[in-house]
Design a binder for this molecule. Structure first.
Ligand code: GTP
Ligand code: ZN
Length: 362
């Protein structure tokens, strides 16, 4: 849906968007980047009490019980007294389950790699003409919340192969890079095709690698991604060829801005999962529809997967790709990534025993 992508870009710029549904219209904007001027403009346009819409993860991280996955707080007090990014909730009069429009707003913020927290306000009757004028003049985008929600849930299921070229690698000389783009044009993923497809072993060696700019490119000591990436390329080459999907899912798909925020929270003592939760994200926001669509485009149905992550296996299996075998792929343990790896093993169920058991750097 064309309007949806435009609206996500408006939200990324801090511009409000009007979402309509059966329960009524709702003007929304992201909490992040919120400043008093923008907030009072929003309130003037609506003449209504604003709500703060947050995820269950955010509420639970702040020690509250959540009645549903997305929650709407009817705020109390003057706008200048709110600090919506603070370590506790602002004063509120009521806690409600979020409406369809409010849920869609959170989905749009996630897709835009913003913190999933919105300020929403239902416009009063006397403000509607002015809003309609802004919509008609193209200043304000208006979307059907149900349709936008459906479009968000379909994202990634359709990819288009855009371009390709041979890119010889140090660890695998016969390699082609193929770029795939998701239907909404917002995400691009690479298939790194190693060796000659006609000579690949069966099941085909596959790695799903989520982007980690800090680790993959700069050899960050906080994680093991860069070494896993290179070991996977070399490993697939040694197995006789296959495909590494390099997925645009920075920071377990919370985006680079939020990953840096999460790393900041880890410096304060939170583990990698609780840091994401504090920002309003679940333990792992990644979906693998685009990866499945790429494998289907490449005609791959049976795979041996290079991973330590059980969720990747179940995601492929649920989509009809048969995971015949699994092989571990490891980086090195460093004093800086030990806590990260231990959390992944202990709380996310990653199979890292071979790595952590033999490690004596602690
Ligand atoms: N949110 C968040 N993401 C991180 C952090 N450190 C690394 N990441 C991301 O975690 C993801 C790791 O991806 P992958 O290497 O595909 O792996 P994995 O889930 O560990 O699974 P396997 O490597 O296949 O076993 C990348 O998207 C990184 O950017 C962190 O502290 N916080
Ligand atoms: Zn990393």
């Amino acid at each position: 849906m064309y309007q949806l992508e435009r609206a996500i870009f408006d939200l990324r710029r801090g511009v409000p968007v009007l979402l309509t549904d059966g329960e009524g219209d709702c003007l929304v904007r992201p909490v992040e980047g919120q400043h008093e001027g923008a907030l009072s403009t929003l309130l003037e346009r609506c003449g209504a009490t604003p709500r703060l819409v947050v995820t269950r993860h955010r509420l639970e991280a702040l020690g509250h019980e959540a009645p549903s996955d997305a929650v709407s707080l009817v705020l109390a007090g003057a706008p200048s007294s709110w600090d919506l990014m603070a370590g506790e909730l602002p004063a509120y009069e009521a806690m409600l389950s979020a409406t369809t429009a409010e849920r869609t707003a959170l989905g749009m913020l996630r897709r835009g790699s913003l913190i999933p927290a919105a300020v929403a306000a239902a416009p009063r009757q006397e403000c509607r003409d002015e809003l309609a004028r802004l919509v008609a003049s193209g200043t304000l985008l208006s979307l059907d919340a149900v349709q936008a929600g459906e479009a968000l849930s379909r994202l990634g299921h359709e990819v288009v192969r855009v371009s390709e070229a041979a890119v010889p690698l140090a660890d695998a000389e016969v390699t082609r890079f193929m770029l795939f783009r998701e239907a909404d044009g917002m995400r691009e993923h690479l298939a790194v095709v190693i060796g000659e497809p006609a000579e690949w072993p069966e099941p085909v060696p596959i790695r799903l690698h989520s982007a980690c700019l800090t680790g993959d490119l700069f050899a960050s000591l906080l994680c093991d991604c860069g070494e896993q990436l290179r070991n996977a390329v070399a490993g697939i080459h040694e197995l006789g060829g296959g495909v590494l999907l390099y997925l645009d899912q920075e920071g377990r798909d919370i985006g680079m801005a939020n990953k840096l925020r999460a790393i900041g929270l880890q410096e304060l003592g939170l583990d990698t999962l609780d840091a994401d939760g504090c920002l309003g994200f679940g333990h792992d926001e990644r979906r693998y529809a685009a990866a499945v669509a790429m494998l289907q485009d490449l005609g791959i149905e049976r795979v041996q997967l290079l991973t330590n992550n059980p969720r990747k296996i179940s995601a492929l299996a649920e989509s009809g790709i048969e995971v015949v075998k699994r092989q571990g792929v490891y980086g090195r343990v460093t004093p800086q990534n030990r806590a990260y790896l231990t959390t992944k093993a202990g709380r996310s169920g990653h199979w890292l025993e071979p790595l952590l058991d033999q490690d004596d750097s602690a």
